[in-house]
Design a protein around this ligand. Structure first.
Ligand code: NAP
Length: 258
């Protein structure tokens, strides 16, 4: 299939001002899709994404939205539909984490993580699906979950709860929305080189044991994740729904808590 396999499609990538979301936005643009770039706190990251997309000649807009707020989830989707006339692809990528012993997790910490990682995904997807229903269109939902939708991560209970929630949300929606020709899948990255992992990557005592657990012996790149998103968004994945695909160098099959 040619590099323009997504020509004529419009994609919203949440949290595309950084890391994996930025990589996916660039890849889908390279494949020919128009892109809604979303940020919350870093407009300069969103502008960088737009600059990197420019050479591919697709349309792009930048929309600020705090996805912990339902009204922002809805206005983000509306902005995309207003700009491009429709949205075909939603990549729910925006996510946060906060480490803490379980007994010390505050309601504020819990809400910080769950409101972006689960509530935001829920209501952004709802707004996106309503847009598809309005136009009687098929669509693609791709959630960037984590190996921690399935694998333990002690001291990150809220993160695990959010990603485990996305696993069941994906399975449920794949069944409910399948008859409307809307596919729903998760990508579960392992350890990917992005700002979210900066402190871990700079701490040899944490990095070395992690690398020893990864059968492929390296951290992943955003391009590794974006390649799968590109496939799941494409016509080639028309019969793929209801599953999680791991991009983790084999980590989930070989994890030992230190
Ligand atoms: P990152 O570099 O920290 O980027 C996070 C993105 O989410 C940023 O664009 C950020 O936007 C956005 N975001 C945060 N809070 C938001 C909010 N309230 N509303 C809207 N956007 C918000 O992280 P990353 O490593 O690329 O992670 C992306 C996704 O992959 C997350 O869901 C994460 O859980 C998942 N993941 C990452 C790894 C990994 O190893 N990196 C592994 C497994 C899963 P602003 O900066 O503009 O606020």
């Amino acid at each position: 299939m040619s590099e323009s396999k997504l020509a004529g499609k419009a994609a919203l990538v949440t949290g595309s001002s950084s890391g994996i979301g930025q990589g996916i936005a660039i890849r889908l643009a390279k494949d020919g899709a128009d892109i809604v770039i979303n940020y919350s706190g870093h407009p300069e990251g969103a502008q960088q994404t737009q600059e990197m997309i420019k050479p591919f000649g697709v349309r792009s807009i930048i929309v600020k939205a705090d996805l912990s707020k339902v009204a922002d989830c809805q206005s983000l989707v509306k902005a995309g539909i207003d700009a491009f006339g429709k949205l075909d692809i939603l990549v729910n990528n925006a996510g946060v984490e906060k480490g803490s012993d379980f007994v010390d997790v505050t309601e504020e910490d819990y809400d910080f993580v769950l409101n972006v990682n689960l509530k935001g995904v829920f209501f952004t997807t709802q707004a996106f699906v309503k847009g598809l229903f309005d136009k009687n269109m098929p669509g693609r939902v791709i959630n960037i979950s984590s190996v921690h939708e399935d694998m333990v991560f002690p001291h990150f209970a809220s993160y695990c709860a959010s990603k485990g929630g996305i696993r069941m949300l994906m399975r449920d929606l794949a069944v409910e929305l399948g008859p409307k020709n809307i596919t729903v899948n998760n990508i579960a990255p392992g350890a990917i080189i992005t700002p979210i992992n900066k402190s871990m990557m700079e701490d040899k005592a944490k990095l070395d044991p992690l690398l020893a657990n990864i059968p492929l012996g390296r951290l992943g790149t955003v391009e590794d994740v974006a390649a799968l998103a590109s496939f799941l968004a494409s016509d080639e994945a028309a019969y793929v729904t209801g599953s999680t695909y791991f991009v983790d160098g084999g980590l989930i099959r070989n994890y030992h808590e230190q």
